[in-house]
Design a protein around this ligand. Structure first.
Ligand code: LLP
Length: 421
């Protein structure tokens, strides 16, 4: 029975299962993904690629579970990687080197060598790293990330454009950059940027894209450019129960395709354009289930204690992010009172809050709760803090059945790297 679940009910999110049956079979806490939703989000974005050469380059940092990567690949998305681990997984699920972009930041030469040895195009974002990469790849191709001077995002922690951030080469340094490329006879095959994560309007993205396009025209070997990558950042409505509007993809698609098609035609560009979304693709297909073990009041505040510590879903603790809550109860009488409650986890820090001061039906011991929109930057940012086991991940397949796509950690996993003592 459910106390609050109209959002996932409407999608038949749990297929032939229920949150209770899933928690019983696979344990709590548990990440649950819905295949149909994941495919739909991929289709939304792939469908907006009307301009010739425009591709969706999924940003795997949002969720790199290989089972999901496989689906995302089937739906026609390319992929990025920003670490040897992500690159390993991208290749493992069958992405070809030319379908992968290595968009990294402050990396060692060993890491660059590793990506180059796999035949993957590498983007670096400072003159020093450009020089290091050129030394390793003389006569080859590289990609450079610029800082467009414009940033956007839900928190200063994820705004990645503008002078206050560590990212990208300042376009004013173009002359020095070109000198380095010439010295090593390296071709600038791609340029990219990423202004930040989570915006609900596309105007700033287009404005920044135009800056990158202008910059492309300043390159003496413009004709050698194969990829122009505008980054990701497309937001999703986290406030589902307040009917928050979706990112207007149709409007964005019109603006984007008009801009890119006209530009490509005017300048006779026959290379590719990339959009690099992570969250838009992965967030809404995922929820994390947890269990209520404790309800208490401290002064005037009611705390609902669960197993959803910030080791399982870090976003609320890190960015004060909002995730909607759904509630399931065995033997629900059908009646519930609303009250302000704060849902917390089982970690020894007061910041371990997963939903703050929420007006919700009064929660009870044994309730299963779901934090919605946890598919992106959920499991991928989870940890073993306080030696807790990271949750299992389950996929609700198109036929409604559940498939375990990652088992829960074991103590042996946690201690596997500890040397003899
Ligand atoms: N491309 C680059 C180079 C990036 O750094 C990122 C995200 C993306 C693409 C994808 O951005 P998205 O479409 O997912 O917004 N942990 C934060 C988000 C960090 C994003 C980091 N970079 C959160 O949970 O909100």
């Amino acid at each position: 029975m459910s106390v609050r679940s109209k959002y996932t009910d409407a999608l038949n999110f749990y297929g032939k299962e229920t949150p209770q049956s899933l928690a019983e079979k696979f344990g709590s806490p548990l990440y649950v993904y819905n295949e149909a939703v994941l495919r739909e989000r991929c289709k939304d974005l792939v469908g907006l690629c009307k301009t010739k050469g425009l591709h969706i380059n999924y940003s795997a940092k949002a969720n790199a579970n290989p089972h999901l990567l496989k689906i995302i690949r089937e739906e026609g998305c390319l992929v990025d990687a920003m670490s040897p681990g992500e690159l390993y997984l991208d290749l493992k699920v069958g992405y070809k080197p030319q379908e992968i972009l290595y968009v990294c930041n402050n990396v060692s030469k060993e890491e660059m060598k590793n990506a180059l040895s796999k035949g993957v195009l590498v983007s670096v974002d400072s003159l020093m790293q450009v020089e290091q990469l050129c030394q390793l790849n003389q006569g080859g191709k590289i990609m450079v990330r610029f800082n467009p001077g414009i940033g956007a995002g839900h928190s200063t922690k994820v705004v990645t454009g503008g002078k206050e951030t560590k990212f990208g080469v300042d376009p004013e340094k173009l002359p020095q950059l070109l000198e380095i490329l010439e010295k090593y006879n390296v071709t600038l095959a791609g340029i990219n940027h990423h202004i930040g994560s989570l915006f609900m309007e596309g105007e700033q993205y287009i404005e920044a894209a135009k800056i990158l396009l202008d910059l492309a025209l300043k390159l003496p070997h413009f004709d050698q450019l194969e990829i122009i990558d505008f980054g990701g950042g497309f937001g999703i409505p986290y406030h589902k129960y307040e009917n928050q509007a979706r990112f207007d993809l149709e409007k964005f698609s019109t603006m984007l395709n008009e801009t890119l098609s006209a530009w490509a035609k005017e300048h006779n560009y026959s290379g590719k354009f990339y959009l690099e979304p992570g969250r838009y693709i992965a967030a809404e297909c995922g929820a994390i289930l947890g269990t209520v073990y404790n309800v208490k009041t401290n002064g005037t505040k009611t705390f609902v204690g669960t197993d959803l510590g910030f080791n399982t879903l870090a976003r609320p603790m890190l960015y004060d992010s909002f995730h909607d809550v759904e509630i399931y109860r065995k033997n629900f009488s059908g009646e519930s009172k609303e009250m302000e409650q704060t849902i917390v986890g089982n970690i020894c820090e007061s910041g371990d809050i997963i939903a703050k001061n929420r007006g919700l039906p009064v929660l009870e011991e044994g309730d299963i709760i779901a934090m919605l929109d946890a598919g992106a930057y959920g499991f991928s940012m989870s940890s073993n803090y306080t030696q807790r086991l990271r949750p299992a991940e389950v996929l609700i397949q198109k036929d409604g059945t559940a498939k375990c796509i990652r088992r829960r950690d074991t103590f042996e996993d946690i201690f596997a790297t500890v040397t003899e003592f």
